[in-house]
Design a protein around this ligand. Structure first.
Ligand SMILES: C[S@@+](CC[C@H](N)C(=O)[O-])C[C@H]1O[C@@H](n2cnc3c(N)ncnc32)[C@H](O)[C@@H]1O
Length: 328
């Protein structure tokens, strides 16, 4: 298998992309792009980012949050959320603050990343206390090992996603009910894996869950000038986008879900997503940073996609989990 040839240093470079994502989110939150009281605990100081990067992250975070909120409300939180390659994502805590705590929320990443995440959660009462307060049975304490955490609703699970058998076993060991509606998120993750590794996860989830929606965010269009520059910058940092050639555009992003067991799919580029975000909030964030020339932002947004696959055996109305109405 190609994966056995991956050197540890390549995995380390992929893991380090989490630091970049967390730092970019922290910087944008500090500038007021969106509210997140928890990202500060996962990143002490963030380097300055350009307005284009901040607006790109704004569109990414707000659109994913909007879809997740719709799903949580649709299921009255009687659902599972699985965040694949979650890194230091703080969405669990921000959703909880909005009164939206799903039955089970699982953040999955490499043990090396989760080790740091568990250490941070352990040290911060603002992160740790809500986990035990969530418990409906006061006898359910939060268990933290060096690389995993288990509480009443929130879990940090360590797994190399390229090993789908291991992923499946770990979820079943948690007592995961595959008939409960499930939201799967992969935010800038699948693209770091070859299609031989990512397609089996999509196929496994498509077969395993009866009613589920998968939201995927990642770069596309590797073959034009902007795309080639994006790829060579990442390669310079030791990070190859192993999956981009097998899913390089909106059509292949949509088709991938249909090929691997999902009955419906859609894909938008982030320019389209940006135009679907609420105009008043977009006007607010556009006042935060002056952007003289919009061409670079447009190119950046065109080179990322938000795609979705869903199957709705229970008929709960997953087609309504969309960005079509311009409200938050
Ligand atoms: C760019 S970061 C994104 C983090 C988070 N999803 C976000 O958007 O803020 C990519 C994450 O995917 C994780 N990842 C990539 N390949 C993985 C694999 N094979 N198994 C587990 N995690 C993986 C990395 O460790 C890293 O934390």
């Amino acid at each position: 298998m190609a994966e056995s040839l991956i050197l540890p240093s390549e995995d380390e470079s992929v893991q380090a992309t989490n630091d970049d994502a967390t730092s970019s989110k922290k910087y944008a939150v500090d500038q007021g792009y969106w509210k997140d009281d928890y990202v500060q605990f996962f990143c002490r100081s963030a380097e300055k980012r350009t307005p284009e990067i901040c607006r790109g992250y704004y569109a990414r975070v707000l659109s994913i949050q909007k879809l997740l909120v719709k799903f949580l409300k649709l299921t009255s939180c009687d659902c599972h959320v699985i965040n694949l390659g979650a890194g230091f994502d703080s969405t669990y805590w921000t959703m909880r603050d909005r009164g939206l705590t799903p039955r089970t929320y699982i953040d999955i990443d490499f043990p090396e990343v989760n080790k740091k995440k568990c250490q941070i959660i352990k040290k911060r009462k603002q992160l740790l206390e809500p986990l035990s307060k969530d418990s409906s049975h006061s006898a359910t304490p939060t268990e933290i090992s060096s690389t995993e955490l288990h509480s009443a609703h929130y879990h940090v699970l360590s797994c190399d996603l390229r090993k789908v058998g291991e992923l499946s076993k770990k979820l079943l060991d948690l007592g995961f009910d595959t008939n409960t509606p499930t939201f799967i998120l992969s935010e800038c993750v699948l693209v770091y894996m070859s299609s031989e590794s990512s397609n089996p996860i999509i196929e496994w989830a498509g077969k395993t869950f009866s009613t589920a929606i998968w939201i995927n965010y990642e770069p596309i269009l590797p073959d034009d000038r902007f795309g080639r520059t994006m790829l060579s910058n990442l390669k310079y940092r030791g990070c190859a986008l192993l999956g981009i050639d097998s899913c390089p555009d909106l059509t292949s992003q949509r088709q991938r879900f249909l090929n691997y067991g999902w009955s419906h799919s859609w894909a938008l580029d982030m320019c389209q997503v940006y135009s679907l975000l609420p105009r008043d909030d977009v006007a607010r964030i556009e006042r935060l940073d002056f952007l003289d020339e919009k061409e670079l932002l447009t190119q950046l947004l065109q080179h990322y996609t938000l795609s979705c696959g869903f199957k709705d055996t229970k008929g709960i109305g997953l087609e309504r989990v969309s960005l079509e109405d311009k409200t938050l």
